[in-house]
Write a new protein. Structure first.
Length: 274
């Protein structure tokens, strides 16, 4: 009789565990981009920012443009106030290959190498100058002088998984030190960058949520990078390394400038509820 009670208790506990597990799974959801062929899991309590928040954050210059090399496709955050984002945030950035064509293995390594050189230059002043240029170019002059003490880590690139990673830290006036981790997935026709950022002092608190989003990323069938021995001619003809570096500088400068704006929030720091 006692053994039967024990078995009943064990079964009840097991059932409770299963139900709790299913419940927590339901709270998570998958975001799928049909246009760019990828998906990722969004944690409980996070939501996708609507278009008006995207407009307020990036402005028209950063929204989708068929002629543009890159676009910011989506923003995920816990909350926003008066169409202004609070931290932490995850920004999804699409970097299209030249002429929207697939790169060969050699060209993909060339692209990542040039990207690495542009982001992690030996001179920190060069990086800050690039940010200033990005601020001027993209019409967000209100943020001039807000960003300082920029430190970018060396880009790592896994040739097997075709994933690149790098992190950046910088100080934002009246806000504090902002930390950004970027994981870029090299796909068949574009690189999809997941850019997670929050205050450095809060990094450990949100690390599990950021890891969930990073680790859950998947390309759709047919959108993963496929090794090809050759590609249609003309992808890099007449462009060379300067082209790839130019794209990279614009990306990092524009991204940091915009992220600085995300954190300013009218000069008032708004913290999400923990």
């Amino acid at each position: 009789m006692r053994a039967r009670k024990h078995r009943t208790l064990i079964l009840a506990l097991l059932l409770e565990f299963i139900l709790c597990s299913v419940g927590s799974t339901v709270e998570q959801r998958r975001f799928h981009s049909q246009a760019n062929g990828y998906s990722l899991t969004i944690p409980e309590g996070w939501k996708q920012a609507p278009e008006d928040v995207m407009d307020q954050t990036f402005g028209a210059a950063f929204m989708e443009d068929p002629r543009s090399t890159f676009e910011f496709e989506a923003i995920f955050a816990k909350e926003w106030v008066n169409n202004l984002l609070t931290y932490p945030t995850l920004i999804v950035q699409i970097i299209r290959y030249p002429k929207n064509q697939q790169l060969t293995k050699e060209e993909s390594h060339f692209f990542v190498e040039a990207f690495t050189e542009a982001i992690t230059g030996s001179d920190v002043d060069d990086t800050e100058d690039a940010i200033t240029e990005g601020i001027d170019k993209y019409g967000v002059a209100n943020f001039r002088g807000m960003v300082s003490a920029v430190a970018a880590n060396r880009v790592s690139f896994d040739k097997q998984t075709m994933v690149l990673k790098y992190s950046v830290e910088f100080d934002v006036e009246r806000v504090g030190t902002v930390k950004q981790l970027v994981v870029g997935h090299v796909g068949r026709y574009a690189v999809v960058q997941l850019m997670f950022q929050c205050l450095a002092s809060d990094w450990s608190h949100f690390e599990n949520e950021s890891n969930l989003m990073f680790n859950s990323f998947r390309f759709d069938v047919g959108m993963r990078y496929e090794d090809v021995s050759s590609a249609p001619p003309g992808i890099f003809d007449g462009l060379g390394r300067a082209f790839a570096q130019g794209i990279s500088l614009a990306l990092i400068a524009g991204a940091l400038a915009i992220i600085a704006g995300v954190f300013k929030l009218g000069g008032k720091l708004i913290r999400p509820k923990k």
